[in-house]
Write a protein that binds this ligand. Structure first.
Ligand code: HEC
Length: 409
């Protein structure tokens, strides 16, 4: 019952989450764009501080927005003054609720890969929560140390920590969850940056303005580093959050190195996009980086997994087909969520929706692929499309692959 309620709630949370995230990311990208396009104001002749920092004109909605960025005069604090934070908080809160309703309520085993581990679902939940909280603590502490000014040390170090974490999770979690977990950890850092740094600094200088003190730009500069982190994390996090739709990469044998290439490439492309005002060849370079990354990922995708190199050819072909036909999108190997876990299904008793139980022999598995609606597995919606159009040899390969899926001893 509770999994059914959670299933329905997940539909609501997903919608709220996606809408809030679009609003947050849209704002964040637009603000960075405005910052980069701001025409700086010239310094005042008498050497006095110019209250105007810059201006910008934007055509939209039938008129021109004439935008000025300026230092606030404590005697004339603008009213209303808009703050931006709820998009971020709503994204995080709805994301956590979505995570709980999709993965935690069901007991956590949907995060694991039964071919890799025999861990319990509750341990999986513990590992996931620990990563989300611990990830923030480590990131926040690291970027408060003296290393923060040594970019050539701290950026590669942060990147290596992300990959090591992904490698660790990949020992027990299924590919989809590895990508999602790293996405969750980075997205949590983004929202926590807003909550603990960006908004706190804004509160500090607003408090001093209200006390009649001049606008201190120091606070804005302190928050700026974390704003920039959020900016560069945006593209990779979007990819990881949507990665359930790309089982080709999440379930690849080299899924962790591929994740590394994706994160580095997307951050690099954002950097090139931002450099377009002073780097003439930014677009050609960005296209080259993107193309190279695609080639590198294709090479990594072609590396056979350990199971593949020892498996019979039919099984390997079936495994590839399982991913390319989209079976893997619903049947995440080793997990049971949208669709039943196929690990160990062969020759095991299978409870059906009509209350009966059937032995999952080859004939039953074949029928499940050709005419999935005839016998529906207990606890699942009759959501599987029919694959009756596939040639017989492809079905045989799929069956060989499914039969080869056994859990860890
Ligand atoms: C849209 C999601 C979806 C896709 C795509 C999908 N399935 Fe399924 N599959 C399900 C669901 C849901 C069930 C359980 C309900 C049922 O029995 O029809 C299921 C059941 C099965 C079963 C029976 C499992 C059991 O425990 O008895 C097999 C075998 C199977 N699918 C294989 C495949 C193969 C092979 C492909 C790709 C060619 C595939 N599925 C694609 C959703 C999907």
């Amino acid at each position: 019952m509770e999994t059914e309620i959670a299933g329905w709630l997940s539909v609501v949370f997903r919608l709220v989450h996606v809408v809030a995230a679009i609003m947050w990311i849209g704002n964040s990208l637009l603000f960075t764009w405005m910052e980069l396009n701001l025409i700086p104001a010239p310094p005042k002749k008498d050497g006095e501080e110019n209250e105007l920092l810059g201006h910008l004109d934007m055509l939209h909605g039938g008129g021109v927005f004439h935008l000025q960025k300026k230092i606030i005069n404590p005697a004339a604090i603008p009213v209303p003054l808009h703050w931006f934070m709820w998009q971020s908080y709503t994204t995080w809160l709805s994301g956590v609720l979505l995570l709980i309703s999709v993965f935690y309520v069901g007991g956590g085993s949907a995060m694991l890969d039964a071919t890799k581990t025999a861990l319990s679902g509750s341990t999986a939940i513990g590992l996931s929560v620990a990563g989300i909280l611990g990830g923030w603590l480590i990131y926040d502490t690291l970027w408060k140390t003296g290393l923060k000014d040594r970019k050539w040390v701290i950026v590669p170090l942060s990147f290596a920590l992300i990959l090591a974490t992904a490698y660790g999770y990949n020992q027990v979690f299924n590919g989809r969850m590895v990508y999602l977990q790293i996405g969750l950890m980075m997205a949590t850092c983004m929202s926590a940056n807003v909550f603990f740094h960006i908004i706190q600094n804004q509160k500090k200088f607003m408090a001093s303005l209200l006390a009649g003190l001049p606008h201190d730009l120091k606070y804005g500069k302190q928050a700026k580093l974390r704003s920039m982190h959020n900016h560069y994390m945006t593209f990779p996090v979007i990819f990881m959050m949507l990665s359930a739709h790309s089982p080709q990469v999440t379930s690849a044998g080299q899924n962790v190195p591929i994740l590394g290439v994706i994160i580095a490439t997307l951050m690099g492309i954002k950097l090139l996009m931002n450099s377009r005002y002073h780097f003439k060849h930014w677009l050609a370079t960005a296209v080259a980086v993107f193309t190279l990354a695609c080639i590198l990922i294709s090479v990594l995708l072609a590396v056979p997994t350990r199971q593949e190199s020892s498996a019979a050819t039919g099984v390997v072909a079936g495994g590839k087909r399982f991913v390319s036909l989209g079976c893997a999108a619903c049947h995440q190997v080793g997990a049971a969520q949208i669709a039943p876990n196929l690990v160990g299904v062969y020759n095991a008793p299978q409870p059906l929706a009509d209350g009966s139980t059937i032995l999952a022999d080859e004939a039953y598995l074949r029928e499940s692929i050709l005419h999935p609606q005839l016998k529906v597995v207990k606890g699942y919606a009759a959501a599987m499309p029919s694959y009756a159009h596939l040639p017989a040899n492809e079905i045989d390969e799929l069956l060989a692959y499914i039969k080869s899926l056994t859990s860890t001893p």
